[in-house]
Design a protein around this ligand. Structure first.
Ligand SMILES: CC(C)(COP(=O)(O)OP(=O)(O)OC[C@H]1O[C@@H](n2cnc3c(N)ncnc32)[C@H](O)[C@@H]1OP(=O)(O)O)[C@@H](O)C(=O)NCCC(=O)NCCS
Length: 153
């Protein structure tokens, strides 16, 4: 059995499971402001209600997480609100795997575009997104760029 087969993808359905996964990966999350005060609960409640959360696990240990919305049936625009891979498992293809999953799920939900925000200073993530086909199309504010991928291509 290859080492990759030890890893499983799991959809998290319960609010407390999602909160715990975020807390578990806190050290590796780029946008730390989501952990300020009580904001995490508000942030995750919205994901739990309208979005999707998947984790990649090795046995019981969470290696990475992606959370995204694929519920805008008018604009058909899906949005990744969080992607994070545990530091010692970065550059092993797991980020790409989670993005591929978000793309597949978004296409199944009828979406035509997948977007995200990325901090200008997060050169690592910007390099990653560019490598896997995202195109930066503009700025959301002073600190972040907006990047998209066409799901119809
Ligand atoms: C950004 C992040 C999710 C990438 O995940 P990852 O698992 O390390 O990336 P992968 O191993 O799946 O890389 C996929 C491809 O992108 C390439 N890549 C990864 N990081 C790269 C970088 N900084 N520059 C250029 N290419 C990069 C890989 O070489 C790989 O290419 P290949 O398919 O030709 O082999 C991860 O680094 C992370 O969790 N960072 C901290 C949190 C964060 O910044 N999240 C994004 C917030 S917007």
């Amino acid at each position: 059995m290859s080492r990759k087969n030890e890893f499983v993808l799991e959809k998290l359905e319960k609010l407390d499971e999602i909160i715990n996964a975020f807390l578990d990966l806190k050290d590796f999350v780029y946008e730390k402001t989501i952990f300020d005060g009580n904001y995490l609960t508000t942030y995750v409640e919205k994901i739990h209600k309208y979005g999707n959360t998947f984790v990649i696990k090795r046995d019981t240990k969470i290696i990475g997480l992606v959370a995204f919305y694929a519920n805008d049936l008018v604009k058909k625009y899906a949005f990744i609100t969080m992607i994070v891979i545990r530091k010692d498992w970065q550059k092993h293809g797991f980020g790409k795997k989670l993005i591929e999953l978000a793309k597949k799920e978004s296409i199944s939900a009828g979406m035509t575009t997948l977007g995200l925000w990325v901090h200008k200073e997060n050169l690592n993530a910007r390099g990653f997104y560019k490598k896997i086909g995202f195109i930066e199309t503009g700025k959301t504010n002073k600190k972040q760029n907006f990047a998209i991928i066409d799901l119809l291509e």
